[in-house]
Design a protein around this ligand. Structure first.
Ligand SMILES: NC(=O)c1ccc[n+]([C@@H]2O[C@H](COP(=O)([O-])OP(=O)(O)OC[C@H]3O[C@@H](n4cnc5c(N)ncnc54)[C@H](O)[C@@H]3O)[C@@H](O)[C@H]2O)c1
Length: 377
């Protein structure tokens, strides 16, 4: 067993467990947290029979009352009607303030179930149990919950910190290869923004188990326990970066902006691909472009750009900018949520493990950076 990580903010303190087999410890952990009310387990179709049904069994055997609700997989479930259905299900079932919502699944379930917990009876406890690599290293930690609005993603929501995050890395074994692969971009991002040691470890692992066509998920092999242990440890180290950052800045007033490295260009590219590119794939392209911006600004050398690109490639990620209209990319970057007083606040690396926020990137330099990443790789 590894030691738990702990998020400590001004409003909450909670354990974050990242471990193979962690789900089995849920009953004991709920008891320890004093969560003895009814449990409202929310999942999607992809994880229902694999993990939700056995988990509910194990909780019932320990004496808990468990209700289960399955939402359709995919971002479209983060909508007001679905949220209303979850509210109705809980109210009709007699939800009480001492109850807890269990969010089991990827970031979609985490955001939706988290927001349902934040809003029912003015807020009840939620336990986040992420089952995708992306949601383990990002969405499940930090308390951001919400749904989409027809005018934009994630526009309706609340900060609602979980009482516990339980990331069972064994669940990654069933993730489709492309979903696993995209998660590595956020892991690598955490190394670049804050943990040079994590970045170096990722390089070592890539040397040992490098990505190949025959293992397109990017290194995971459930039959090789030494490998899964090494990867679980590295995922835990990446989660620790998120834990540190949200502990420093719960409401995104400072440090938390650094988590957006790669996301200004990444979001633009994701939108221009009409979501044909997965989020993590778009972030990999964004990280490469933004590292190039930093290099052209004189903030870092070529070696950083090359090392980061090599690592992204080693984990099966592409860094070439798809051939989109530069004007369209520029226009979309101006709609980035980090824009303040009409200036984009760029998160740019100065070395592996360190970033700076800059709002003085000239348009011409940005175009030059995008032209370079368009044709080089
Ligand atoms: N709250 C935050 O801080 C935060 C941060 C980043 C992203 N997000 C949100 O997270 C969402 C994306 O999350 P995601 O990438 O996890 O996508 P997702 O939740 O859509 O999951 C991806 C796919 O994998 C399936 N799946 C999940 N776990 C599985 C498993 N173990 N085995 C097999 N299939 C499995 C799901 O059914 C889905 O089809 C977006 O809505 C995004 O806005 C939130």
């Amino acid at each position: 067993m590894t030691d738990d990580l702990t998020v400590t903010t001004t409003t909450a303190s909670y354990p974050v467990v990242v471990e193979a087999g962690a789900l089995a410890s849920l009953p004991v952990r709920l008891e320890a947290l004093g969560l003895r009310g009814n449990l409202w387990l929310i999942c999607d179709g992809a994880v229902e029979s694999l993990y939700a049904a056995p988990l509910a069994e194990c909780l019932r055997a320990a004496g808990f009352t468990v209700h289960t609700y399955r939402v359709p997989p995919g971002d479209a479930s983060k909508n007001p009607a679905q949220l209303g259905e979850l509210h109705t299900w809980m109210i009709a079932g007699g939800v009480e303030r001492r109850d807890a919502v269990l969010a089991l699944g990827g970031g979609v379930v985490g955001d939706l179930a988290g927001f349902a917990a934040a809003t029912i009876l003015r807020g009840i406890a939620v336990v986040q149990m992420p089952t995708t690599l992306l949601s383990m290293v990002d969405a499940a930690v930090g308390g951001k919950t919400g749904i989409n609005h027809p005018l934009g993603k994630n526009l309706i929501g609340a900060f609602h910190q979980p009482r516990l995050v339980l990331a069972d890395t064994d669940t990654l074994a069933s993730l489709p290869p492309h979903a696993l692969r995209e998660g590595w971009s956020e892991v690598i991002k955490h190394g670049v923004i804050r943990d040079a040691g994590l970045f170096a470890e990722l390089e070592q692992l890539a040397d040992s188990y490098g990505w190949s066509e025959s293992a397109p998920g990017g290194l995971w092999d459930a039959t090789d326990s030494a490998r899964t242990t090494a990867l679980s440890n590295i995922i835990r180290r990446a989660v620790a970066v998120k834990v540190e950052v949200v502990s420093l800045d719960e409401f995104e007033r400072g440090e938390r902006i650094t988590l957006n490295y790669g996301h200004t260009i990444g979001h633009a590219v994701e939108q221009l691909s009409h979501y044909g590119l997965l989020h993590g794939e778009a972030v990999a392209v964004g990280m490469h472009a933004e590292a190039r911006i930093a290099q052209l600004m004189g903030m870092c050398d070529d070696n950083l750009v090359d090392r980061q690109a090599a690592l992204l490639h080693a984990y099966g990620l592409n860094t070439a900018l798809p051939t989109y209209d530069l004007d369209a990319i520029l226009a979309l970057t101006m709609r980035d949520k980090k824009v303040q007083a009409k200036k984009i606040r760029w998160v740019l690396p100065t070395a592996i493990g360190t970033v700076q926020v800059r709002d003085d990137v000239p348009d011409e330099l940005l175009r030059r950076a995008l032209r370079i990443v368009d044709c080089r790789l």
